[in-house]
Design a binder for this molecule. Sequence first.
Ligand SMILES: Cc1ncc(CO)c(N)n1
Length: 222
Amino acid sequence: MTYRFSDLVTACEGDWRTYIEHEFVRALGEGALEEEAFRHYLKQDYLFLIHFARAYALAAYKSRTLEDLRQAHEGLKAIVDLEMGLHVDYCREWGISEEDLAALPEARATMAYTRYVLDTGNRGDLLDLHVALAPCLVGYGEIANWLNGRPETVRGKGNPYDAWIAMYESDEFQAAMRAERDWLDARLADVTPARFAELTQVFRDATRLEIDFWQMGLDRAD
Ligand SMILES: Cc1ncc(CO)c(N)n1
């Protein structure tokens, strides 16, 4: 038996679909999401991205080979150069200044998810860490594609969140997503069933924390 990334998704199908097709995502795609919910999400995502960049740096630190180091670097670049740059501009358009961002209190859902990933990476090995990171990079790429395949999704000027979808459907982000999936496919191919069960638990927990992150936005929870 050899495993692939898609086996993790199949093993967690219910949680994965709840994450990808969350009410927050649907409303965003339809342009119907409440602006305050989006603003809350956007601010917390800034804090999230800072910790996720640290997690990719941890992946770099834990790498034994140049190939693994390159993959960690790809993830770090996708966050720091691509997402973060756009994020700060995007926040400004939504009336959130860099001073606001610097002074933000961290919501519990943000703390829970980011610290879970960092702890999983510290406790485990490089594969544990990449599996904990996968719902983020792979999930958001899939969300953009799912939204684009949905007739209810509104694109262009009719949707105030169009730029958000554009970010995650972009060639750069989609390429980073595919590289992460390929890396995981290669590493999962020779794990034992017992190890796969451990990794499934990590993937499921990270996916559940992504669900909570959307819900935190909808509820404006702190
Ligand atoms: C919560 C969350 N998950 C995934 C991504 C994609 O990097 C993001 N920006 N925020």
